[in-house]
Design a protein around this ligand. Structure first.
Ligand code: ATP
Length: 316
């Protein structure tokens, strides 16, 4: 049976600001999203029977409807019933390399990969905007994961405004394997603590978005100035996650101490990334942080900023 191998990169947030409460219960956000080299591998194949078979070796990844890859296949089956009839059910195999519940959009990327894979497998001819519209039904980060690269994300995170590519900047990524942060917990805790300071309405949100669009980080990205990008990294969710998980704060401080040009928690955490000037500096930083923290539960990767979203290869 025919199939595709998809690679789905992780994302980091160069910027994450919470503007206010939306009528739909979500937060209104302004983020700068960035794909990195670390990626999952997803195989999507037609099978003779009907339905969805999902395989993944990772113990924290659910193998039922709560898996976003599964829900992506269900969405495609309900939206394109003729194609489902013609091509039959699907086998989805996820090889997890991106840590789970880490603020790296691992699940969202898997969902995006299944949308891209079934579009190809079923020869639907959907465009990137079509796929992003479907992706928004699965989750706020899923539309970004389709095309990847560097983008300003507003609304719940689903409204995307692409920025110039920053390909190649070395990144050290770190995560404690024994700490997982629930994204809903991080946002709900933020609301409890900071709701009083929220901007009240759409006009004030638009005004703040305009400021960010013409502000230092976007200029630095347009000029590909790593030092200036590093100086502008920001994440509101650090205000709730770092006090709750002192180890994560210590990790971030350790990156800064050992010469990262910029360091920040990604999304709702607990992963922390550091930007570096060269691969040699990134390798040295990784070694220094691993030696100082000396913790078997701390995983570290040297990777890079990447301009790629989901990549697909036909299985012959
Ligand atoms: P996001 O930024 O998309 O919220 P995250 O990096 O914070 O992502 P995920 O790795 O997507 O977090 O995992 C969040 C939860 O989603 C996990 O605890 C897991 O139970 C569930 N989940 C559902 N589908 C997947 C998937 N395909 N891969 C990983 N986790 C998944």
């Amino acid at each position: 049976m025919s199939g595709y191998i998809l690679t789905a990169p992780a994302k980091i947030n160069l910027y994450l600001e919470i503007l206010g409460d939306r009528p739909d219960g979500f937060h209104e956000l302004v983020m700068v999203m960035q794909t990195i080299g670390l990626r999952d591998r997803i195989e999507v194949k037609s099978q003779r029977g009907s339905g969805i078979n999902l395989y993944c070796q990772h113990p924290q990844v659910p193998l039922n409807e709560s898996n976003i890859a599964y829900r992506a296949a269900q969405l495609m089956m309900s939206r394109f019933p003729k194609a489902y009839d013609k091509f039959g059910g699907v086998d989805i195999t996820i090889e997890k390399n991106i840590p789970v519940a880490a603020g790296l959009a691992g699940g969202s990327g898997n969902g995006a990969a299944v949308l891209v894979g079934l579009n190809l497998l079923w020869q639907l001819g959907l465009t990137q905007p079509d796929l992003q519209e479907l992706a928004a039904e699965l989750g706020s980060d899923v539309p970004f994961c389709i095309g990847g690269g560097t983008a300003i994300a507003t609304g719940r995170g689903e409204i995307l405004d692409p920025l110039p590519d920053l390909d190649g900047i070395p990144v050290v990524l770190a995560k404690y394997s024994n700490i997982a942060v629930s994204t809903p917990w991080a946002y709900q805790t933020y609301r409890k603590q900071f709701e009083e300071g929220y901007l009240p309405d759409d006009d004030s949100w638009q005004a703040r978005m305009k400021q960010i669009h013409s502000g230092g980080l976007i200029q630095a990205i347009q000029q590909k100035n790593i030092e200036a990008i590093a100086a502008e990294l920001y994440n509101d969710l650090e205000k709730v996650v770092l006090p709750e998980f002192p180890q994560v704060k210590k990790l971030r401080d350790c990156f800064a101490k050992h010469g990262a040009i910029g360091t920040m928690m990604s999304g709702s955490g607990p992963s922390v990334f550091a930007l570096c000037n060269s691969v040699t500096e990134a390798n040295n930083l990784k070694t220094a942080v691993a030696a100082e923290l000396n913790d078997a539960d701390l995983d570290l990767w040297v990777t890079h900023i990447s301009c790629h979203g989901i990549n697909a290869t036909l299985i012959e």
